[in-house]
Design a protein around this ligand. Structure first.
Ligand code: ADP
Ligand code: MG
Length: 462
């Protein structure tokens, strides 16, 4: 039929526009590496902020005592307590998790931080007395804040801009630690913020605690970002004292990467134009969990409109931005039932499109596959960029340093096809010999534990 011809035409065009052959991925990796150099050379020198984290020592395993962490990411908010027992590891840990009410993401900074501080107050109020600080001492915490922050010291930093659907204008330019500290005072919590860390830096710290070969951390969750260990000598914009370790952790803020080599489509361009932050976070908008389902929705919408994919009219729900979330996309993509039952149910329950024939369900799965594959392969190219920048992508003098990459985030954790594609693509790009020396580890909640570990190493009492 005419519809079928038209939809297979749109699909074919999509496949071509989203293609990521390894030659293209190498160009993207090179561009990433070039931008990394530029961002390290001067403040504002690149789309990549390459933020100096003030973390020049990663955990050693000697950390001791009770420390807390807060993790404000995008969707959920966690409070965590860990009891560190030096080389014998973590004695105990406990956490509480709540979701951030959407109205607080676009309200006032006071309301957001009061909500967070109230959860901290509740968490501390509920805990056993044995965890309490020694008389005259304060509890100490690491604050994982996964938005771009211009770090001023290990325990202060100002918000550069919001991402991932947050938008509280008055917060931009303010010190997030001061805001949190004031809110905790309002709620009667006596707690010192000893470390302000990005989730990537926390994941790197948590990953290093478990494995000394961890050099890179990548988050693939609501948004995406990466951090890695850089040589202090290779950071021209750093004018502070030379760290004893000779190293500095860099928070890349790679979500804002963009390059003419990125396979951008009309769907990406309109998604961006209609987003809260047009022109920003282009890489993030192609690869992270907040956006993958939405890209798929936009493609299906065009197919419904131009190829009558779901009948004569465009189903009204399909026109609702962000109605198709990445977990649902993932569930459809992984549907192995012969009649694609999960796809059928998702279309019915979420988009209110009943009785979709199997041939159409197959098209939906193919769209999910194209978009997930593109995202995962681009993420792999980003990692290759870091490996190139740090000379870990080739064999020199018969030696390849071991590189462990600490991975975290709901997308990486739960979207199996995406994760496998990402890992296979990196192997394809570096080749089998080098791939033997590169390992991905899932650092489950590494960012929270990592922040607590950094709070420990930056304690006011040591
Ligand atoms: P955050 O990034 O907000 O700190 P997470 O790391 O938990 O939080 O990531 C949550 C994101 O992970 C969700 O917004 C969603 O995009 C993605 N996600 C969660 N579950 C799944 C799933 N089953 N399949 C695919 N993506 C998922
Ligand atoms: Mg997170």
């Amino acid at each position: 039929s005419n519809q079928r011809v038209k939809s297979s035409y749109i699909l074919k065009e999509l496949e071509e526009k989203c293609a990521t052959p390894s030659s293209k991925l190498r160009l993207i990796a090179d561009a990433m590496s070039v931008e990394m150099h530029a961002g390290l050379a001067s403040e504002g020198g690149s789309k990549l902020k390459m933020i100096i984290s003030f973390v020049d020592n990663l955990p050693t395993g000697d950390e001791q005592g009770v420390y807390y962490a807060l993790d404000l990411g995008g969707t959920n908010f966690r409070v965590l307590r860990v009891q560190l027992a030096g080389q014998s590891g973590i004695d105990s840990q406990e956490f509480a998790e709540v979701s951030i009410p959407p109205q607080l993401m676009v309200g006032s900074s006071e309301a957001l931080f009061d909500y967070i501080a109230a959860e901290v107050a509740k968490f501390v109020g509920d805990e056993s007395e044995k965890f309490g600080p020694l008389p005259g001492r304060q509890r100490e915490l690491g604050f994982t804040f996964s938005f771009p922050v211009l770090q001023l010291s290990i325990d202060s930093g100002t918000l550069i801009r919001w991402t991932k659907g947050f938008s509280i204008d008055e917060m931009v330019g303010k010190d997030v630690v001061a805001e949190l500290t004031k809110a905790m005072e309002r709620k009667g919590v006596n707690m010192r913020v000893s470390a302000l860390v990005n989730d990537t830096v926390g994941t790197l710290a948590g990953g290093r605690y478990d494995n000394k070969d961890v050099f890179i951390a990548v988050i693939l969750g609501t948004g995406t970002n990466a951090a890695y260990v850089e040589r202090a000598q290779a950071i021209p914009k750093w004018h502070g004292p030379h760290p004893k370790s000779g190293e500095m952790v860099i928070n890349m803020e790679w979500g804002n990467f963009r390059s003419s080599h990125l396979p951008l489509t009309e769907y990406d361009n309109t998604l961006d134009a209609e987003s809260l932050n047009p022109g920003e976070q282009i890489f993030e908008k192609m690869i992270s969990g907040m956006y993958l389902g939405e890209i798929v929705r936009r493609i299906l919408c065009r197919m419904a409109d131009e190829a009558d994919l779901f009948g004569d009219t465009v189903p009204p729900k399909l026109k609702t931005p962000f109605i198709l979330r990445t977990p649902e996309m993932s569930a459809m993509h992984h549907d192995t039932s012969p009649d694609l039952k999960v796809v059928g149910n998702t279309l019915k329950d979420i988009l209110e499109i009943p009785n979709v024939p199997i041939s159409t369900r197959k098209i939906v799965v193919e769209v999910c596959n194209i978009i997930a594959t593109r995202g995962a392969r681009l993420a792999a190219a980003g990692i290759l960029g870091i490996l190139k920048k740090t000379s870990r992508d080739t064999i020199k003098d018969d030696e390849v340093p071991k590189t462990v990459i600490a991975m975290d985030g709901g997308l990486y954790e739960h979207y199996k096809e995406y994760r496998h594609c990402l890992e296979n693509t990196l192997n394809e790009l570096v080749g089998d010999e080098v791939a033997k020396h590169i390992k991905f580890v899932h650092s489950n909640d590494g960012s929270g534990i990592g922040a607590a570990l950094l709070a420990a190493s930056h304690s006011q009492y040591i």
